[in-house]
Design a protein around this ligand. Sequence first.
Ligand code: ADP
Ligand code: ZN
Length: 518
Amino acid sequence: MIKEAKTTLKETFGYDSFRPLQEEIITQATQGKDALVIMPTGGGKSLCYQIPALLFDGLTVVVSPLISLMKDQVEQLREFDINAVHLNSSLSPEAYGYNRRQVLQGKAKLLYIAPETLLMDKTKELLENIEVDLFAVDEAHCISEWGHDFRPDYRELATVRKEIFPNATCMALTATATPRVREDIKKTLEFGDSEEFIASFDRPNLFLKIADKDDATNQVLDFLYTRKNQSGIIYCISRRQVDELAQELADEGYSVKPYHAGLSDRDRAINQRKFIRDDVQIIVATIAFGMGINKPNVRFVMHYDMPQNIEQYYQQIGRAGRDGLRSDCVMLFSYNDRHKIKYFINKKEGQEKEVAEKHLEDLVKFIETKKCRRIPLMDYFGEEYPNEECGMCDNCISKDDNVEDFTLQAKKMLRCISELEESFGKTQVINVLRGSKAKTVLEPEHDKLDTYGTGKEWSKTQWEQLSRMLIRQDYIKKGEHAQLEIEEKGRAVLKGEENVFGTLDRTATAMSTEEASR
Ligand code: ADP
Ligand code: ZN
């Protein structure tokens, strides 16, 4: 069978060799064994069921939640001369009827179908009278509440399979590999462990870097300075932010277009097309951008705002470097952004809230790690990163010699915060430390405090950097009204039980010489 698969790969799709695991998965399916396929986006999941679909006599049913992607896939297959059709609520009655007949007459090899359409009685009737050999469940993480896109309809798929085409082999595919989601899928679809195929999620050509968000727009400009001809995506959290940043970059002379759900379908399509054709260098976008985009030469992905979870981060950086060449992924991180996300999470309830909290926690772990970033990243996907150092992330490049002992200054700052009864913000704390004569200091008689003027040796910027570092390392936190509050770790420092080490300025977004030479 595998020889036929190779011939199909070459003759129908025009590819010379299989990507990792494709061959094993195709063999498994053609032997009539179920398979759970976990592969990163762009890994080549579709071929895993498309080739068996062509080798089987009967029909392959592909469940997919996104109508637009379904259309793309069907069109692509038709270009390869493969008879594929789709059924979903977006079709006109004529098109629906035509596609239905293609299935009924055994002409279609693949039927792409939305889950809610599959659950309809008339579809069940249609498929009951047909030989279905393969049942492919795309985006299978939608089965699990622990995924990032739970869809209740997906829960019913196992029943449909049993009722309508019990003899079909089942293949579930997803790019979400967290062990929890994996377990959920296997349990729901009744798969055994031997039926799991997990490709590596590592993308070794992506350089990963995280910088403290300080003066975000200037940080973006610093980064772009040496990349005037490189294609890239900058993700922002809101439409307003997208429009603003796109305008600012355009004002600086960059070739840039915005992309978000607030634009008309037409404008979105135009901007996307221009980007893909390299008529436009940069796309500034919300999460809405990127689904199904396969542009090989995206040289950088920047996160102007922190993503909501690792899943999203990984999907988004995954759009860089599809051609295998080195590409840079830079995230700007601030505790404010984290609070914003937390605020939205707090509005959720029950398990949904629990899941979102866990996802945020995992992301923060990844951001704060001092180890190679690939260790927590791969760990999130249930994969053990085999190396101590990847040499392709900021942490692997910046060596310990940047880390200094800031215990003395940290103590001064913590004492000052404590004297101010943890009810003032960063500016007041720094003004007191630096012995400012500002009214805001003199009027409340903060010049009488013990710490007044004890921090003159440092500039305002240095103290600001230290406050960010202390927040980053959980010695202090910003309260609801931006007042600085001392955390347990901070109290330990005051008691002399803990020393503070770190790097002050982590706002550089431009690659250092060493980083760039990788
Ligand atoms: P996924 O669904 O995992 O995100 P796709 O199935 O869309 O990935 O495949 C990503 C790209 O890789 C597609 O352009 C596809 O044609 C290409 N591809 C898949 N398998 C191979 C292969 N064996 N050789 C070359 N290109 C491949
Ligand atoms: Zn590393």
